[in-house]
Design a protein around this ligand. Sequence first.
Ligand code: BES
Ligand code: ZN
Length: 613
Amino acid sequence: MRILKWTLLAWLVAAPALAEIKRDHHSAARLDEVRIKHLYLDLDVQFDKQQLAGFADLSLDWKKPDAGRLDLDTRDLSIDRVLVKTDAGKWHRASFTLGSRNAIKGQALTIRFAGHPNLVRVYYRTSPKASGLQWLSPEQTLGKQKPFMFSQAQAAHARSFVPLQDTPAVRFTYSAHVTAPQGIRVVMSADNDPNATGAGGYRFNMPQPIPSYLLAIAAGDLAFQSIGPRSGVYTEPGRLAAAAKEFEDTEAMIAATERLYGPYRWGRYDLLILPPSFPFGGMENPRLSFITPTVIAGDKSLVSLIAHELAHSWSGNLVTNESWEHIWLNEGFTSYVENRIVEAVFGQNQAKMEQVISQRELMAELKELPAPDQRLVVDLAGRDPDDGLSGVPYDKGQWLLRTIEKRLGRDTFDPILREWFDSHAFQSVGTDEFLNFFGTRIFDKHDAAFPRLEVEEWLYQPGLPASAPLTAAPAFDVVDAARTDFLAGAKSAAALQAGSWVTQQWLHFLNELPTDLSQDKLADLDAAYHLSDTKNAEIAMRWFLAGIRAGYEPIRAPMRAHLIGIGRRKLMMPLWGELAKTPAGKAWAREVYQVARPGYHPIAQASVDAVLK
Ligand code: BES
Ligand code: ZN
């Protein structure tokens, strides 16, 4: 106890420096001078040139009217001209400069003028290699007839397709007019109209203020099917029926979340199912979550991803991290809410299995992560916000909230969390606000059930506090017993009677296999359960991982198809990394990557390039 106290004291002295990270290291915006209030986009989607071209109108809210300048973020944009609108309503050319290129931030666009115009118009074009856009040829789509494009703005990629203040500290409303070739439907993170024909272009409006990382656009051969009173699915026609079936519980999830945390404030909640090169599982673009097709498993076993992206409609999209150091406020809260939704709609058994997987995968990851990145609040100075990302904000963040919930009881904790969302709606917050708000209600209470010292250990110390409660999932008891028997040679694979296991039981079985498993054991499992042929991409990834480690050849062909077909980072990065550990594995990986790379998103390409270089 004594030793514990001293260690606590030692880091308490160091903690304030971290707690005070307030600047956004990743933006050129001068927030004390001016802020964007509204954005109007007028763009043409040009597949032949792989570019968006047009203009952005920025309405400005001046904090310092004599600043005489506006600093915007850009990356690889061609700026053609800049106009400012005077009070008398006249447009004038304004002079501008593009700063030197920073590998992380891109180029600052500085516009100078006399006075403080309320409206600035920037004519620009994007680059074919824009980091936030992927352009797919018809051959790269399911239907093979029409091209496809989509954006991914988080964390700092909006600047590669719109010149703006690219920081989560600023919120603005937006509207847009977008034209595209005949037969191509355009959707955005706004009020999509399934009946729009595209004649004269598509028009959008987003009346709720959003941070720049929630700007989103996609265009392609998109069909629509309604799946509920305020929900539907957009995707390529060939995927529509399967997607609509898999995600038919979306309305039940929205209703469950509303019961817990108050009304859904965004109008419609639609899903856009992207081609498999989408580099993430999902992206919480408001009113229209972007979703990987790899969660369409056919049995709804991976739909917690929808719960996750939906949960962001409260944690993240309503209450937003003010900079990426505090991303745990987005992702940790969301992972917690996600699990509450899963529990409400699919039951406690499912929710507990998913909690255990999250906890155990985090513990495994913590063994590899540098200590500073094990803190909930990370220091991103001089770093790309995408590189600072790990399971920590998600799984450790969720675990913290779960621990507080257990200690206080849901009757006390649920209303407090709901009040957090309500009282900070449409604001950007940091960990200080979290400490202030939950401090008066929980941490600083006399006889606090969860004292401030304890929460500060979660926030600013590496690893996990000893008091972190491990979740038990009864459905995993048979899995753990089966694994033990199988490894000890007490039972053959067939004798494990695993044929009826659900996805999460398989994930847990595979996650905890030893790394030195023999080829014979894998062959036995494969013969009994045909794991090399699984269509479930989450199971496949873990099975292939075991196969690489054991040098089990029969996985090569299906793994090749998996790596070429799927650009979702979480499902392919572990495999490239494991392959790269041996010279033979790396040589094979390079050959496969030559075929896979052109189909990958720029963000995914950069990640794999680094591993296989
Ligand atoms: N907002 C994230 C995706 C993201 C985070 C993109 C940081 C860029 C930078 C999204 O909500 C997310 O967390 N997706 C997860 C799924 C989730 C169920 C853990 C993913 O993509 O795997
Ligand atoms: Zn998320």
